[in-house]
Design a protein around this ligand. Sequence first.
Ligand code: CU
Length: 123
Amino acid sequence: MKSVTQSAGFLSVLVLAFLITLTASAFSQDQGEQVIKVTAKKFEYSPNEIRLKKGVPVVLELTSLDRLHGFNCPDLGVRADIFPGKVSRVRIVPDKAGPYEFHCDIFCGEGHEGMTGKLIVEE
Ligand SMILES: [Cu+2]
């Protein structure tokens, strides 16, 4: 009986060690990757001005509050579909400074043409 208790104890130590390893690796993957949440809805992005640092990777987490929209920043070579109730992740490592416009490239209604924002990359 005693050995059953001992092996159960040993097993829980193993499980615990495994969980700690998992948590640690998930944590280290996030290190250095800033996450910026962006929401899209007719006909605007929030925020519509995003400041980035040249050479510093960021992950945009895009989600829509109403319908399908697009996110397109041709100057930085970034584009994604933004679905309602879903998170689309895009990773950007801006390699040049400047203001770059992004816009919705999926027709979403009368204000679609004005659905724009700016990625400002600082040196
Ligand atoms: Cu649109």
